[in-house]
Design a protein around this ligand. Structure first.
Ligand SMILES: NC(=O)c1ccc[n+]([C@@H]2O[C@H](COP(=O)([O-])OP(=O)(O)OC[C@H]3O[C@@H](n4cnc5c(N)ncnc54)[C@H](O)[C@@H]3O)[C@@H](O)[C@H]2O)c1
Length: 430
């Protein structure tokens, strides 16, 4: 006899359990529901990505073999404008992760009031195992496969973990070749000579630093001499560390995928960046001592900046954190359980959707400049970036105080209200 209610081996994507990062996002959305008033009627919109594209990315390797990779592009929400979000190349990329990252982009863009929805892409690949030629073929094939849903007015990719300006140049070229016309505005984070924006490369790290300063001012923590811990020493962590040091703070420990280094007098950040360029990671840096990875989280500091991957602050290590302010450079570095633990300990968490929004803010500037083919100076860009970040911090911390909630919940209240208001005003089609 056929069972009336067949059991499924895979959970629905509306199931908050066992879903990895996407499950965490769903829990965050549930937390915000009580604050949305009448707009809560539309909340389900935020739990269902608008569109998910899964693609096969086959390439011929240099040795003549054929390799296949899993590729994704998820457009979570486009109520407020075209999709916007990066492309990640990593061996652990999953659909759940790309879904969550796309949703956090919707929230982030709305939190700082950019006229975008949220999207994200990724390929499950360890790019370090590929030659430049293989990486280019992978990028071009992936871009062709997702070409049916991206475009300057539809969805605009950008760099994320392990993708950079060169990858964006290949994406722009591939899309333009398929369209038969150069379309610089299809991706952001491009090289300056191809319609990229001054200041884009540093923008995320700069935004992290700007909101860290705002939070420190609120809490009366002086920047001069402040101790800083940075996990992830790539684009975001490396730039944030540099700006902290230039402002008189001491970066006392850094962790990346190769290990952790510590120097209580302050690591020499430019020298460490140079070391990473030559050796591929922070391990073995002569200007510091080795540190066990688990001990990194327990050091006493004013700032802790997780700027690597998601799920780094968990219920296991959060109880040991002795930092005053956590500034989330990475997307989703703190689990909801760790969030509660940090809050109980009185540690201020500046959430990812606010703290790392500087990158997409300058991506927005790049897109606007590409449309008008008129380019701004770096000073203009940095000033506009700082203005956007300060205004966003101020309105979100105001909502946090008004409702007595964390900055994360406040950012979600501000963002979800904006998205759902747009949804309501547009109405349902047809
Ligand atoms: N680049 C941007 O503009 C941007 C914008 C917003 C958010 N982010 C987020 O910031 C984070 C970092 O992005 P990025 O652009 O700096 O990437 P990146 O590739 O430049 O650097 C990533 C860093 O993380 C480290 N890392 C990787 N795995 C690790 C592990 N298991 N333990 C410790 N360190 C590890 C790497 O060694 C490297 O230092 C990601 O979560 C990304 O989504 C980036």
């Amino acid at each position: 006899m056929i069972a009336q209610h067949p059991t499924h081996n895979l959970p629905s994507y509306l199931d908050t359990n066992h879903l990895g990062p996407w499950g965490i996002y769903l829990q965050q959305i549930d937390r915000v529901a009580p604050y949305l008033g009448d707009l809560a009627r539309w909340l389900e919109t935020l739990k269902r990505p608008k569109r998910i594209l899964v693609v096969d990315v086959p390439i011929e390797l240099d040795n003549g073999k054929i390799a296949h990779f899993e590729g994704y592009r998820v457009q979570h929400n486009t109520s407020r404008g075209p999709g916007k979000g990066g492309v990640r190349y990593h061996q652990d990329v999953t659909l759940s992760e790309v879904m969550a990252l796309s949703a956090w982009m919707s929230v982030k863009n709305a939190a700082i009031n950019l006229p975008y929805g949220g999207a994200k892409g990724g390929i499950r690949v360890d790019p370090r195992q590929l030659s430049m030629g293989e990486l280019e073929r992978l990028t071009r094939r992936y871009t062709s496969e997702i070409g049916i849903i991206i475009g300057p007015n539809k969805d605009i990719p950008a760099p994320d973990v392990n993708t950079n300006a060169q990858v964006m140049a290949w994406m722009m070229d591939t899309y333009s070749m398929n369209e038969g016309a150069t379309a610089t505005g299809v991706v952001t984070g491009k090289p300056i000579t191809l319609g990229g924006s001054l200041g884009r490369n540093e923008a995320t790290g700069r935004g992290v630093f700007v909101v860290a300063c705002e939070a420190a001012r609120d809490l009366g923590v002086p920047l001069e001499g402040a101790r800083v811990l940075v996990q992830g020493f790539g684009n975001v962590g490396g730039i944030a560390a540099k700006l902290f040091q230039e402002a008189g703070a001491k970066v006392i420990a850094v962790q990346d995928h190769t290990g952790s280094v510590r120097n209580d007098k302050g690591l020499d950040v430019p020298a460490l960046r140079q070391h990473v360029q030559t050796h591929g990671g922070v391990a073995g840096f002569p200007g510091g001592e080795d540190l066990a990875n688990d001990d990194f989280w327990t050091l006493e500091a004013e700032f802790l900046v997780p700027a690597a991957l998601e799920g780094q602050l968990t219920e296991e290590n959060a109880p040991c954190v002795r930092a005053r302010i956590v500034v989330e450079g990475a997307n989703g570095p703190t689990t909801p359980q760790a969030d509660d633990i940090l809050r109980d300990k009185g540690i201020q968490v500046v959430p990812d959707v606010l703290a790392n929004a500087g990158g997409v803010a300058v991506s927005y500037f790049e897109w606007v400049q590409d449309f008008s083919s008129f380019f701004w100076t770096e000073d203009e860009i940095n000033q506009r970036l700082e203005r956007i970040m300060r205004a966003a911090y101020s309105s979100i911390s105001g909502v946090a105080q008004e409702h007595g909630v964390s900055l994360r919940t406040a950012a979600f209240i501000v963002a979800c209200s904006r998205i759902l208001e747009a949804r309501q005003l547009r109405g349902l089609y047809p």
